[in-house]
Design a protein. Structure first.
Length: 190
């Protein structure tokens, strides 16, 4: 007997919001347009989210959480750096991320200056555990794992959000990714 899987109807609403943002950007995306594309009423969207900012938060978490590279099974500074660089690269290439950076970059400012978002917490949990495991194995330097993990995340923010400003005829993205790996490896090495 096959089991019935519960499908969250909010996924269709998030899909509609995703398409709207790719088409017209966040500022021009309205609840009315999301509802129209999802084939529901505006009230249905408002029942799921009190405002567009909440909808965007859920959309960013859904879209970007699956791009996170799992923590390495052999946590060394180099493997932690490699998984971090892979995640940063995947996020940087994501169409929703690119659209937000190009059209509505101010949407990301609260997550840089005011508060951590859910995605940052999703990253910090496994990263902190990988650092703890590396410390137990003697491959990662001593220090508070939560502080070390947050340091890795802070360094990664710059390489994620500002890499395009540093790419030119002399430096490409691959070179920046290698530099991010070196910075993380160096910060975690005994």
């Amino acid at each position: 007997m096959s089991s019935l899987r519960h499908i969250d109807p909010r996924d269709a609403y998030l899909d509609a919001a995703h398409d709207c943002i790719l088409d017209v950007g966040w500022r021009r995306t309205t609840v009315t347009e999301v509802a129209r594309r999802a084939g529901v009423s505006r009230m249905t969207i408002y029942r799921a989210w009190p405002d567009m900012r909440g909808l965007l938060g859920d959309l960013m978490t859904r879209e970007w959480a699956h791009l996170l590279t799992p923590a390495p099974s052999d946590p060394t500074p180099a493997t932690i750096a490699a998984t971090t660089v892979t995640t940063v690269s995947a996020l940087r290439e994501d169409p929703l991320f690119q659209r937000i950076i190009a059209v509505d970059p101010e949407l990301l400012l609260p997550y840089l200056f005011v508060r951590r978002g859910r995605l940052q917490d999703i990253v910090l949990g496994p990263l902190t555990e990988a650092i703890k495991a590396g410390q137990r194995a003697g491959t990662v330097r001593r220090g508070r794992p939560a502080v070390l993990a947050r340091g890795v995340l802070l360094v990664s923010h710059g390489f994620l959000l500002s890499a395009a400003t540093m790419v030119d005829g002399h430096v490409d993205t691959a070179a920046l990714d290698r530099e991010l790996a070196a910075a993380i490896t160096g910060s975690l090495t005994r």
